[in-house]
Design a protein. Structure first.
Lengths: 115, 117
């Protein structure tokens, strides 16, 4: 596609439920990043994929968070047993390769609200 | 660890005037990249301008320019001839060149810019 697509745009879920957030990067972009943006804060790094593998998952806050990218394109961020503190905007970005030179394209994010 | 600080939570500027947004950062690296991103209500982060730390010349993109002071670890954004469409949240971001191939961005807390007609 022309841009990075994230679905759903908004998601409201009950505490304790499981959610999946989807990111469809620009075709041909091998690098994919997930960031979390809490209210009033800048985005914080969660996980980085190069191709199909998670090259760096050091930003995942705990084991309730998991992400996959099975075919090296679409990625899904999975959150188990959601908590109210998980409420945030989850942003996805992609690039031809990790590194600033190619530039990153961000999606419009998924706003997750846990009630 | 690297940190990015934006000390101005909100700024306001009159249309057609000039405004400067401040950013400081902390790092022990000598080579890195700095960015300014704009985030309108649509939530999509849009790259405004970027600067390589090894370049002394300040980057310029049309009405947007930076004042990069490496020794002071300062990276301010100047917007000239402000337009209503410039109203948005602006984030300063740092990207290191060491620590593996992740090249993740480290963001500040943002400055909300209002443009008055």
């Amino acid at each position: 596609g022309a841009g990075v697509s994230q679905t759903p745009s908004n998601k409201v879920t009950e505490k304790g439920k499981y959610v999946e957030l989807r990111c469809d990067p620009i075709s041909g972009h091998t690098a994919l990043y997930w960031y979390r943006q809490s209210l009033g804060q800048g985005p914080e790094f969660l996980i980085y994929f190069q191709g199909t593998g998670a090259a760096d998952d050091s930003g995942l806050p705990n084991d309730r968070f998991f992400a996959v990218r099975p075919e090296g394109s679409v990625s899904t961020l999975k959150i188990q047993r959601t908590e109210r503190g998980d409420s945030a905007v989850y942003l996805c970005a992609s690039s031809f390769s990790a590194g600033w030179y190619y530039g990153y394209t961000f999606g419009s994010g998924t706003r997750l609200t846990v009630v | 660890a690297q940190t990015v600080t934006q000390s101005q939570p909100e700024m306001s500027v009159q249309e057609a005037e000039t405004v400067t947004l401040s950013c400081t950062y902390d790092t022990s690296e000598s080579d890195y990249y700095l960015f300014w991103y704009k985030q309108p209500p649509s939530r999509q982060m849009i790259l405004v301008i970027r600067q390589e730390a090894y370049k002394q010349q300040n980057a310029t993109e049309n009405r947007f320019s930076v004042n990069f002071q490496k020794a002071a670890k300062s990276f301010s954004l100047k917007i000239s001839d402000s337009q209503l469409g410039d109203a948005a949240m602006y984030f300063c971001a740092y990207q290191g060149t060491y620590g593996g191939a992740t090249n993740k961005l480290i963001f500040g807390t943002g400055t909300l810019l209002a443009v008055q007609p």
